[in-house]
Design a protein around this ligand. Structure first.
Ligand SMILES: CC(C)(COP(=O)(O)OP(=O)(O)OC[C@H]1O[C@@H](n2cnc3c(N)ncnc32)[C@H](O)[C@@H]1OP(=O)(O)O)[C@@H](O)C(=O)NCCC(=O)NCCS
Length: 146
C-alpha cells in the first residue's frame, strides 16, 4: 500500500520525519507540471522518481530504487527517461538537492553528469545540510543529424 510514499519515508527521508505522505504523492500524480515515474516488477513498484517541470528548468524531487534491485541500471534508466522528456519540453537545466551524507546518491548523480553547485546548511528540517547539484541538457547531435 502507498509504495511511493513508503519508499520515500524508508529509503530517502529516514530520520527526518515523513513529508512525502500519500496525500502529497497523490497531489503530485495529479499535477500537470509533475511527472511521477514508476518501474514495476509484476504488480510491485520497485522504483520511482518525481520530477517537477518548469518552463526552462526541471527539479528532481525524489528518486529511489528498492535495495534488492539496485546497481542494475534502473535508477539511471529512470533519469535518462526524465531527461529526454525534459529536453523535449524545452528544458535546459535539471536541478536537485540531496542529503549531504548521501554519498551513494552523490556518486549516482555524478555518474550521470550532475555537478555540485552549492551546500544549503540545515535544509532538511534543520537536521542535515543539502548538496545542490545540476546538469545542463544538450540535444545529441550526430553525423546523420547534420
Ligand atoms: C541512488 C539510487 C537511486 C541509484 O539507483 P540504482 O538503480 O542502484 O543506480 P544504477 O544501477 O542506475 O547506477 C548508475 C550509476 O550510479 C553509480 N552508483 C549507483 N549506486 C552506487 C553505489 N552503491 N556505489 C557507487 N556508485 C554507485 C554508479 O556509477 C552506477 O553505474 P555502474 O553500476 O555502471 O557503476 C539508489 O541507490 C537508491 O534508491 N538510493 C536510496 C534513495 C536515494 O538516495 N535517492 C537519491 C536522493 S533522492
Amino acid at each position: 500500500m502507498f509504495p511511493i510514499s513508503r519508499m520515500s519515508r524508508e529509503l530517502i527521508e529516514a530520520g527526518l520525519g515523513w513529508s512525502w505522505t500519500p496525500a502529497r504523492v497523490a497531489r503530485e500524480i495529479l499535477s500537470a507540471e509533475t511527472v511521477v515515474l514508476t518501474s514495476c516488477y509484476g504488480d510491485r513498484v520497485i522504483a520511482f522518481a518525481i520530477m517537477h517541470f518548469g518552463d526552462e528548468t526541471a527539479h528532481l524531487n525524489l528518486i529511489a530504487v528498492e535495495p534488492e534491485y539496485r546497481r542494475g541500471g534502473i535508477g539511471r534508466r529512470q533519469m535518462v527517461w526524465l531527461e529526454e522528456s525534459a529536453l523535449t519540453a524545452g528544458i535546459t537545466t535539471i536541478g536537485l538537492e540531496l542529503r549531504a551524507g548521501n554519498q551513494i546518491g552523490i556518486r549516482f548523480y555524478r555518474s550521470l553528469g550532475y555537478r555540485e553547485t552549492g551546500v544549503v546548511p540545515g535544509y532538511y528540517r534543520g537536521l542535515e545540510a543539502a548538496i545542490r547539484m545540476a546538469r545542463t541538457l544538450r540535444p545529441e547531435i550526430t553525423q546523420s543529424t547534420v
